[in-house]
Ligand binder design. Structure first.
Ligand code: NAP
Length: 308
C-alpha cells in the first residue's frame, strides 16, 4: 500500500484518533509517507470505529503498544491531556524517535510534555493551521492540509535532522511549513484563531439568549453573517475549553485590544461618526483581499456556497 521510495518514516504512531489524526493518516497514505501507521485512542468505541473504516494499519489497545518502535509519534489529543499522554507513552519511546504534536497552543504543550520525554528522543512541536468544526475518526480527509500552513516550534536546541524530516512529512501531506518560537505562535494564533472563536461563541450565545430569535429568525435568515458564526461556534467544546485555559495570557491580551476597538466602534455608531465606520471597514476589507491573494480562501461570493 505505501510506497517505500516516498516514505519519510518507517513507523508513525498517532495518539488520539480524531479529526486531525485521521486526516494525517489519510494524507500520509495518499503520498506513501509512512511504511506503517499505528494508532491509539482512549475509548474502545473510537478504536472500533477506526478499525471499521480502515484507519491506520494497526489500531492498538494501549498507547504503549502504539508507540513501540515508532520513528515518529504524534500526539493528536486535546491540549489539556497532552502532559498525561506524554507521561503514559514515555517508557516505550524508541531511542532516536521524534515526538511531535498538533496542539493548537504551543507554550503550554511544551511545558507539560517536554519534562516527560527521555533525553534520547527529539521533540518537535507542531500545529497544522487546518481544521473543521467536526471531530472524531470519521471526520478526517486526506485534503485537509493541502495548501494550509503547518507551524513547527523550534529553537537553537532543536535537532535539525528531526525538524527536516518532520518538514518533509508535512510538505508531503500538502502543507506549507514555517518555523517560529512558542510565544510568537501563541500570540499569532490568539489573533487569528482563538479570539475569533471566542467572539463567535459569544455571538451565538447572545442570539440564543434572545429565545424568540433563535427559534425562528436565526434559522430562517441565517444566510447572512450569523451562519458563519454558528459554524465556528459548533467546534469541539473540549478542544476549545483547553485552548482558552492554556493560552490564557495571549488571548486576554488580544481580547483587551478587541474590547477597546469595539468600544470605539460603539461610540462611532452612537455619535453618528460615519467617517470612522467607513475608514474602519475599508481597512478590514483590505485584509480579506490579502487572505485571498495569499491563496488561503476562496474569492467566490459567500465562500462559494452559491445559495446566498
Ligand atoms: P478530536 O476529533 O476531538 O479527537 C481527539 C482524540 O483524542 C479522540 O480520538 C480522543 O479519543 C482522543 N483522546 C482524548 N483524550 C485522550 C487521552 N487521554 N488518551 C488518548 N486519547 C485521547 O480532536 P481533533 O480536532 O483531532 O484535535 C486534536 C488536537 O489537534 C487538539 O490538540 C487540537 O487543539 C488540535 N487541532 C485541532 C484543530 C481543529 O480544527 N479541530 C486544528 C488544528 C489543531 P476518544 O474518541 O476515545 O475520546
Amino acid at each position: 500500500m505505501s510506497q517505500a521510495s516516498t516514505a519519510v518514516y518507517n513507523r508513525v504512531a498517532l495518539i488520539g484518533l480524531g479529526l486531525i489524526a485521521s486526516s494525517m493518516c489519510w494524507a500520509m497514505k495518499r503520498a506513501g509517507l509512512a511504511e506503517e501507521i499505528t494508532g491509539y485512542a482512549r475509548s474502545a468505541e473510537t478504536r472500533e470505529t477506526a478499525r471499521k473504516i480502515g484507519l491506520c494499519d494497526r489500531v492498538c489497545e494501549t498507547a504503549l503498544d502504539a508507540v513501540k518502535d515508532a520513528d515518529l509519534v504524534v500526539l493528536c489529543v486535546p491540549v489539556g491531556v497532552m502532559g498525561a499522554v506524554a507521561a503514559e507513552i514515555a517508557p516505550a519511546l524508541k531511542a532516536g524517535a521524534t515526538v511531535s504534536d498538533v496542539g493548537s497552543v504551543k507554550k503550554h504543550v511544551i511545558e507539560v510534555v517536554a519534562p516527560h520525554l527521555p533525553e534520547n528522543v527529539h521533540f518537535v512541536p507542531a500545529h497544522p493551521l487546518a481544521g473543521t468544526e467536526h471531530s472524531g475518526p470519521e471526520a478526517g480527509f486526506a485534503e485537509l492540509f493541502d495548501n494550509r500552513w503547518c507551524l513547527l516550534v523550534t529553537d537553537d536546541t532543536t535537532d535539525r535532522s528531526a525538524v527536516n524530516k518532520l518538514t518533509e512529512l508535512w510538505k508531503g501531506m500538502g502543507s506549507n511549513v514555517d518555523e517560529m518560537d512558542a510565544e510568537h505562535h501563541d500570540l499569532a494564533l490568539a489573533v487569528t484563531s482563538h479570539t475569533p472563536h471566542l467572539i463567535a461563541y459569544t455571538m451565538v450565545g447572545v442570539a440564543d439568549d434572545l429565545r424568540r430569535v433563535s427559534e425562528s429568525e436565526v434559522i430562517k435568515y441565517s444566510a447572512s453573517g450569523f451562519r458563519d458564526f454558528t459554524r465556528i461556534a459548533a467546534s469541539d467544546p473540549t478542544m476549545w475549553r483547553d485552548v482558552f485555559l492554556t493560552n490564557k495570557e495571549a488571548t486576554l491580551e488580544i481580547l483587551g485590544r478587541f474590547t477597546e476597538e469595539l468600544f470605539a466602534l460603539q461610540r462611532a455608531i452612537r455619535t453618528g461618526d460615519g467617517e470612522h465606520l467607513h475608514d474602519y471597514f475599508t481597512r478590514t476589507r483590505a485584509i480579506r483581499r490579502g487572505i485571498i491573494e495569499a491563496g488561503q480562501d476562496t474569492d467566490a461570493p459567500d465562500f462559494g456556497r452559491g445559495n446566498g
